[in-house]
Design a protein around this ligand. Structure first.
Ligand code: ADP
Ligand code: MG
Length: 789
């Protein structure tokens, strides 16, 4: 059998298809697993490799070293899980115009022109080969062995060229690329080959796509029977191929349908493993001991309910009922409560905390920022009235105390709060998330509420165990950032979730408009007029900037407002910043620049206050107090106002450089207005041009108030790799094929299967291959990934 491709590089003895390979491949396509016996034509004493086989023994030391250096691949299994990025047919050409400087690429192109000349500065000759995709061109330059390359690269030939893209003298080029020519003369050889797809792998300069292809072939050809982590029954129920067939199918598909089939099956591996880990974790968490805190009639909770100035919404009652039942169990609650901004999560949390206090325990409420901790402290104290004033003159009989712990409070106040927490005098302790890691003692911590945080990692769980001295407190995590269902099922897969879908009655709608400041400067003037009108009507407004100013640089997410942004906007930063537009832009507008400009210009005469993360805590609190108390008309702020800040009289918001914020973040921001009975107004100011992606995003925010839709849009607009990749950069990836948005159905099915498997057999003793695969997944530091996200 002739080799499929003629070799372009004689020093590389690439035989793309070993004589035995074709046969073993064809057999494999008709069986569920590859043959365990050596294929005919192969010497029978040749050892069959397993997936654990070190690569060195299979592909040789040199290739193995390159595989390890390039991608950390050590075993046959590692290599076979290094999947092709895409496939090309022979004759397909890469769009050369799309190449970017600095990218490592493998392109398919045709040689158009070959020229050589003597170099001026150095001895020797330079060969320049121009390749084309039919329209765009790319230069390949070679400095040595010019005659030799020239003989190979004759015009008209097709090849794969790999290297790093750079620009020289205005021309896109690959300097000294690796290449492999595709032979033209055996093209007629066979329809069999014509249809065949060439896999294109993620590659590096030292480990090219065709090196990988070659190694993969060697591994596949020597692979013995493989243990399939997918249980037979699962495969049968969902019509999935065996692992061996799927590995062949993804690396050497006869057609795209076969590759697709293989991908689906391999996605199942990822989904089932992840879901099995999460199911095990849910089970283990549910088995931990916790003190039951059942509801007690006639206690603080009843007194609180009697004082409540409004009636709970149906959703609040439902979620509250579920949480009350969770708290009555002897295993710790671990629940995520999500609900739109203003849906009334805090009341649910306070009621749960009071149930715990009635049962003899204490509760801690943790907020992402000091501003929010202070606000919670104030609103809880208000809501409790005399019932929060134990030991004070105006305290009620069965009253408790609310303690506030912040990093910046005075020593005396802090000492008193610490004492109240340790003695149990304080039923509720409010602080920032940092409280978990500080040396705060509780008499009997029964419950922890975590506001506006999505991640709740293993370190925090460990810290909790210490705080609660042995048993685990019940945990309620609250978030207003809607989490798409697939993300909830994977990243937060070990939390139970409750969702508030309705807003309390009497809320006014928020109108959102995009203000194109560049095209229509007049619109921006009008925006400031609107603010003046709101203030004249006795209401207040926010002006939000992406940046603080002073010495800082960069936009949102680049530490502009460090703690507030990083903590409060977890999902956003977890998903990674999107960097769609390249090219220089002016720095984002800053609070410290804009506030004085407004005070002297369009908002002259109004009472302005400034709020950002770099202010000392007392000043932040003072600014918030002044604004909440109506002593300021306009709050010029960074995203510190993003979460939880509740000033019902604030009815308008102007977001400057709105394109610098994420979609979900803008949605959060505008949730600050329209919390009272007056309609809210949110103006998104941008200089981006109509029709750009950034502008489209703003239009989308203006067009809907549905946070879940916007969260999905956010996810769609980021490249899928970033979704999970950000959290595990530089590591082997446990999820290579699975994508959260498009694989929702598959993930849901895998979750059901995994839950059933783990329920029937918690240790997965009857599924050794699955258990082993999970074991190695967790070994590879993936545990860290799963825990931390
Ligand atoms: P979020 O879910 O954003 O944390 P909050 O708990 O801060 O929302 O509630 C927003 C405002 O709505 C608060 O002022 C709160 O007192 C009020 N609120 C909560 N529940 C109701 C209700 N059922 N009816 C009327 N107002 C309510
Ligand atoms: Mg809140």
């Amino acid at each position: 059998m002739p080799p499929r491709h003629r070799q372009g590089q004689p020093w590389k003895d690439i035989r793309l298809r070993a004589p035995g390979a074709n046969r073993s491949r064809q057999r494999a396509r008709h069986t569920r697993t590859p043959p365990s016996a050596p294929p005919p034509g192969r010497l029978s004493f040749e050892p069959m490799a397993s997936l654990d086989e070190p690569l060195r023994g299979v592909v040789g030391g040199k290739a193995a070293a390159r595989a390890e250096k390039a991608f950390g691949l050590r075993t046959s299994g590692d290599l076979l899980r290094h999947y092709p990025r895409r496939y090309v047919r022979r004759g397909d050409l890469t769009d050369l115009a799309s190449l970017r400087d600095g990218e490592d690429v493998t392109v398919f192109a045709q040689v158009a022109k070959v020229t050589s000349r003597r170099m001026k500065a150095r001895r020797g000759r330079l060969l320049e080969v121009t390749v084309t995709d039919g329209s765009a061109r790319l230069a390949l330059t070679f400095f040595n062995k010019v005659e030799y390359w020239e003989r190979q690269l004759s015009p008209g030939r097709h090849g794969m060229f790999a290297g790093r893209v750079s620009t020289f003298a205005g021309k896109r080029q690959l300097a000294h690329p690796e290449f492999k020519l595709l032979s033209a003369d055996d093209a007629d050889k066979a329809a069999e080959y014509a249809a065949e797809l060439i896999p294109v792998y993620p590659a590096t300069r030292d480990f090219s796509s065709w090196d990988i292809e070659k190694c993969v072939r060697v591994v596949l050809d020597t692979l013995g029977e493989v243990d399939d982590p997918l249980p037979e029954a699962v495969r049968e129920r969902h019509g999935l191929d065996g692992l061996g067939t799927a590995l062949l199918g993804i690396h050497r598909p006869a057609d795209l349908a076969e590759a697709d089939r293989a991908r689906t099956r391999l996605k199942w591996d990822e989904a089932l493993m992840l879901q099995a880990v999460l199911a095990q974790r849910r089970r283990a968490a549910a088995a931990l001991p916790a003190t039951a805190r059942p509801n007690r009639a006639g206690g603080l909770l009843d007194a609180f309910d009697a004082r409540l100035p409004f009636s709970l919404t149906g959703g609040q009652r439902d979620a509250g009922g579920i949480i009350a039942a969770d708290l009555a169990r002897t295993h710790p609650m671990h629940r995520l409560l999500q609900g739109e901004v203003g849906s009334g999560k805090t009341v649910i949390a306070v009621r749960a905390m009071l149930q715990v206090i009635d049962a003899g325990g204490q509760a801690a409420l943790l907020a992402p920022t000091e501003v929010l901790a202070q606000q919670h402290y104030r609103s809880i104290t208000d809501l409790l009235g005399p019932f929060g004033q134990a030991g004070r003159l105006d305290g009620a009989d069965q009253a408790t105390r609310v303690a506030l712990l912040t990093g910046s409070q005075g020593a005396a106040a802090r000492r008193e709060a610490l004492l109240d927490a340790a003695s149990g005098a304080a039923g509720i302790v409010v602080g920032t998330h940092a409280l978990l890691t500080e040396h705060v003692q509780f008499a009997d911590l029964g419950m922890v509420v975590i506001d506006e945080q999505h991640r709740f990692g293993v370190e925090q769980r460990d810290a909790l165990r210490e705080k609660a001295r042995g048993t685990r407190p019940h945990v309620l995590v609250m978030t207003a950032t809607p989490i798409p269902r697939t993300v909830a099922m994977t990243v937060y897969g070990d939390l139970d979730t409750s969702t508030l879908t309705e807003l309390p009655a009497g809320r006014s709608p928020i109108a959102t408009h995009v203000v194109p400041a560049a095209e229509r400067p007049r619109f921006l003037e009008r925006a400031w007029e609107r603010i003046r009108e709101e203030v004249a009507a006795g209401r207040q407004a926010y002006v939000v900037c992406p940046r603080i100013g002073g010495d800082d640089a960069g936009g949102p997410g680049s530490g502009a407002d460090g703690p507030a942004h990083a903590d409060a906007d977890d999902l956003e930063s977890f998903l990674g910043e999107d960097e769609e537009d390249a090219g220089p832009r002016r720095p984002p507008l800053a609070v410290l620049d804009l506030a004085p400009a407004l005070a002297e210009g369009p908002l002259a005469g109004l009472r302005l206050r400034v709020l950002h993360g770099r202010l000392p805590a007392e000043e932040k609190d003072a600014a918030m107090r002044a604004f909440a108390g109506g002593l300021a008309d306009v709050l010029v702020a960074t995203t510190v106002v993003e979460v939880g800040v509740d000033v019902p009289n604030a009815t308008a918001m102007v977001v400057m450089d709105a394109d610098r914020f994420g979609v979900s973040q803008l949605h959060q921001l505008r949730g600050r207005v329209g919390r009272g009975s007056e309609p809210g107004l949110c103006l998104l100011v941008t200089e981006t041009a109509e029709g750009t992606k950034a502008r489209d995003r703003l239009d989308a925010v203006a067009a809907t108030l549905d946070g879940f839709r916007l969260a999905r849009l956010d996810l769609e607009q980021r490249r899928e790799g970033d979704v999970l990749g950000a959290a595990q950069a530089g590591r082997k990836r446990s999820l290579r094929l699975l994508t959260l948005l498009s694989d929702e159905a598959l993930i849901g099915q895998a979750r059901e299967e995994a839950t059933a498997l783990v329920e029937a057999d918690p240790e997965l003793a009857s599924q050794p291959a699955l258990a082993a695969a999970i074991g190695s997944l967790l070994d590879e530091e993936q545990a860290e990934f799963l825990e931390k996200t």
